[in-house]
Design a protein around this ligand. Structure first.
Ligand code: AMP
Ligand code: MN
Ligand code: MN
Ligand code: MN
Length: 285
């Protein structure tokens, strides 16, 4: 069993990278890829745990892209964390996120739900501020009773306080990831645009734009979704990947490796992923 999608407190999860490496070993994962949003900041302390755990620890990230008017997440699996241009692209993403956060503070004030950036920062142990931290701050201020209500009433994708940010196209993100030696993968396609999207043609288009895989196993999929995306990946000749999207206490009831209980990502997906990575890299001697 492997898990190729999870978050630490370097983005919007609650575990430390060290804690996640130990947890992976404890639950018996053969491999775990850390995929924090827009950052590789958790990677050094994650990889430093390798001698202490049996789980293979792998490098990744998750980038938010704009596609057909909706947010599409792209995983960069097996990227080289020392690749300077890739780090620079992630820094740009974090800057766009910070600009968004400033505008979201202004929007919430207009809506009579004021919260300061400092109050949001108080909910995060690292500099990266996500809507998850806004949700907690809004609850602390008493604007909502509990953080999920903040997504439902204010900051969810269709909410009145939702503020978009500059996002790359999937083609751009795929190019950055491939240049950094990684494999670009469409994250949780079954959750795109409210979940009712028909993927057959769109996935073929994304493949032409450089996407090489899709998340066919996911912590919150129904069995029918897993079957559909496994079939689509096979038909298109794209790699199938899988992960829980574990966020620690920020997604209660979602376990590393096991998702809501029924998830089991087979080890051989990693073999296929690494073969694809090797095929994509053409080192010059
Ligand atoms: P951001 O990247 O700052 O826009 O925040 C997006 C993150 O918020 C996602 O990665 C999820 O972890 C979380 N999120 C988005 N929508 C919801 C929702 N409706 N309920 C709970 N969490 C959500
Ligand atoms: Mn998240
Ligand atoms: Mn995502
Ligand atoms: Mn994720």
């Amino acid at each position: 069993m492997i898990d190729l999608h999870c978050h630490t407190l370097h983005s919007d999860g609650t575990d430390t990278p060290e804690g996640l490496a130990l947890l992976a070993d404890q639950v018996g994962l053969a491999a775990l890829c850390l995929t924090d949003h827009d950052t590789l900041d958790g990677i050094p302390s994650f990889l430093a745990m390798q001698p202490q755990v049996r789980t293979r620890l792998l490098v990744g990230t998750e980038i938010s892209c704009r596609y057909l008017g909706h947010s599409l997440h792209v995983l960069g699996l097996l990227v080289d964390p020392a690749h300077a241009p890739f780090q620079a692209h992630l820094l740009d993403q974090r800057q766009a996120r910070e600009d968004r956060n400033v505008r979201m503070v202004a929007r919430l004030a207009e809506l009579g739900r004021p919260v300061t950036l400092e109050e949001v920062q108080a909910q995060s142990k690292t500099p990266l501020l996500s809507r998850v931290h806004f949700a907690k701050a809004l609850a602390v201020k008493g604007h909502v009773r509990r953080p999920p209500e903040a997504f439902e009433r204010l900051i969810g994708d269709d909410g009145p306080a939702y503020v978009s940010r500059e996002e790359p196209t999937p083609a751009e993100a795929a190019r950055w990831i491939r240049e950094a030696g990684g494999v670009p993968v469409v994250a949780h396609p079954g959750r795109f645009a409210g979940g009712r999207f028909r993927w057959d043609d769109a996935m073929a288009e994304l493949q032409r734009q450089g996407l090489e895989g899709m998340e066919a196993y996911y912590g919150e999929y129904r069995a029918s979704e897993q079957t559909y995306f496994l079939g689509l990946a096979a038909r298109l000749g794209m790699v199938a990947t899988g992960g829980s999207d574990y966020h620690g206490a920020h997604k209660p009831g979602l376990a590393l490796g096991r998702g809501r209980g029924g998830l089991r990502v087979p080890d051989d997906l990693l073999v296929a992923l690494e073969a694809r990575q090797q095929a994509g890299n053409h080192p010059v001697d």
